[in-house]
Design a binder for this molecule. Structure first.
Ligand code: URA
Length: 260
């Protein structure tokens, strides 16, 4: 019972983080559209899982300078126990002007080794999925909920998620993507308040301010469960339709049966 209560408090803290991000977007003129999911501020937990502020830069460094400023802080970060076992911090990579951001769960062994997100087998599958959908991997931004590898690729704990969240919040705020794609349950439940499982989160587009939020199966899950690849392809189509609707991709690809 005690553990359940503390889980609830920690989850409430994460919901507050999302509400905080919404407020930041609002101060930048981004309005929550009618019909958007309401993100309510949860009651303050008695014990904070982690201090949520990062060190502010001395002057306005611009988008790229600020991203670099927070990347450097992440490289030295010791806000949670994951820092003890890491080889490299995997902050994220891609265009700072990306209009699409993919958010995974946390680095795996290859990513920890190389300091880059989604470079192992799951990452290679992600690259193939993007290519098949006509999306250039160099044009998107890819990051994770936690920037250091959880031991044995376990799910990040609620405390680790909360400790790392400010980095993701700054990445979202600075890059201001039009579309955020949550890869897998951990990212979906963390960024889409109210979604308890990936099955219920995928297939629909939610709003975070003016940003479209989508969820898809994690490529590592697809490697283990190839029978779900057809559903993942449907999710890719939802993404491609959003990108065309928002003028990010010029047009839908020709159906395969019309291509010679
Ligand atoms: N799985 C993730 O969630 N992220 C990565 O960067 C690699 C594998």
């Amino acid at each position: 019972m005690k553990r359940q209560l503390s889980n609830f408090r920690e989850l409430a803290a994460l919901t507050r983080e999302t509400a905080q991000l919404l407020r930041v977007l609002n101060t930048r003129g981004v309005q929550v559209l009618p019909g958007d999911p309401v993100v309510e501020e949860a009651p303050v937990p008695k014990k904070k899982p982690a201090e949520v502020r990062l060190e502010a830069p001395p002057t306005d460094l611009g988008r790229e300078g600020l991203l670099e400023h927070y990347r450097k802080q992440a490289l030295a970060c010791q806000r949670c126990g994951l820092s003890n076992g890491r080889r490299n911090v995997v902050f994220g990579e891609g265009s700072s002007r990306a209009r699409v951001m993919f958010v995974g769960e946390g680095p795996g062994a290859q990513e920890d080794e190389q300091g880059r997100p989604f470079v192992g087998r799951a990452g290679q599958l992600l690259s193939r999925m993007l290519q098949a959908a006509g999306i250039d991997r160099k044009e998107v931004y890819i990051t994770n909920i936690v920037k250091c590898r959880p031991p044995n690729n376990r799910d990040p704990s609620v405390e680790e998620n909360a400790a790392c969240r400010p980095y993701l919040n700054y990445q979202i705020e600075l890059i201001a993507p039009h579309v955020i794609v949550c890869l897998g349950r951990v990212a979906a439940t963390s960024l889409m308040p109210g979604s308890a499982a990936l099955g219920s989160a995928r297939g629909t587009v939610r709003k975070l301010g003016e940003t479209d939020l989508l969820a898809m199966y994690h490529p590592a899950y697809l490697l283990r469960t190839p029978s779900r690849k057809n559903l993942a392809w449907q999710d890719m189509q939802v993404l491609v339709h959003r990108l065309v609707a928002r003028g990010i991709l010029p047009r839908l690809p020709e159906p395969w049966w019309t291509q010679t």
